[in-house]
Design a protein around this ligand. Sequence first.
Ligand SMILES: NC(=O)c1ccc[n+]([C@@H]2O[C@H](COP(=O)([O-])OP(=O)(O)OC[C@H]3O[C@@H](n4cnc5c(N)ncnc54)[C@H](OP(=O)(O)O)[C@@H]3O)[C@@H](O)[C@H]2O)c1
Length: 288
Amino acid sequence: MYAITGITRKVGGALARTLLAAGQPVRAVVRDGGKAKAWAEQGCEVALAEMEDASALAAAFKDTDGAFVLPPSEFDPAPGFPEARAVITAVTTAVEEARPRRIVCLSTIGAQATETNLLTQRTLMEQALSELTPPVTFLRPAWFMENFAWDVASARDHGIIASFLQPLDKPVPMVATADIGRIAARLIHEDRLGHNVVELEAPRRITPNQAADTFARVLGRPVHAEAVPRETWESLFKSQGMRNPTPRIRMLDGFNEGWIEFEHGQAGSTKGDVALETVLRGLIEGMA
Ligand SMILES: NC(=O)c1ccc[n+]([C@@H]2O[C@H](COP(=O)([O-])OP(=O)(O)OC[C@H]3O[C@@H](n4cnc5c(N)ncnc54)[C@H](OP(=O)(O)O)[C@@H]3O)[C@@H](O)[C@H]2O)c1
């Protein structure tokens, strides 16, 4: 049995679909019972758990060959990352109690960075899970290609993608969530000892200008990338409702300055095979 958190969204969903297609038993770990029905109809067991609820997570992880831990995104964390710390406490308590045979934890590119930024939330999770007994693999994916969902309307209606990734000709490690799910499905079966890191990106890195060209090809209209000036980010993010934009800004700085990178570089990363064009077609069709 494989317990999958985050199953209702991109990565957890891709992982679960891969396991189900291979005839593997899946326990869908959801916080909203209403979202469980679709998975139950596909033959999944269902466990209800918030990621901050240690005893519900322990029940969800009990008697499993593998547990997939997807820490929820928090783009606007309070100082000191209390939201991520609450999840870390619950997950580690649950793992100690339930002892799944192995764990795959979705982490991120740059989890090893020493500068405090948004991704520090995953650094803390890696440190905490590394201290536990069950073997754990940290799957560190690149920037999700699906993040371009935010740019579909602007590309389609105005021919512009506004880019925080800069300069516009700098190649950025990216990956499709379908590839992450597929690799996670492989890792959750593998008997590895101790703590492991698997870093994952597409075969070629992609510049914002190339992403705009790909939008143009798929949309059949001119599209270009525009850099959002760095000095406007703080006021822009605050105008969008963020209270504490510094961690997000430092994460973007890290990509742009190069200190958010894979620990073992491009040469050491596992490569996916889904192309950006495939992902953009799916995003655009999904919003049509
Ligand atoms: N975006 C990137 O470029 C990038 C790059 C590297 C790593 N990552 C990592 O990828 C992860 C996000 O993956 P994703 O995009 O597939 O997921 P997502 O769209 O952020 O969805 C989060 C999932 O977790 C569930 N969830 C959220 N809060 C929860 C809570 N308190 N208790 C229980 N379940 C909760 C959600 O369930 P509901 O359906 O009920 O909301 C959903 O299934 C994050 O850990 C992020 O750090 C992202």
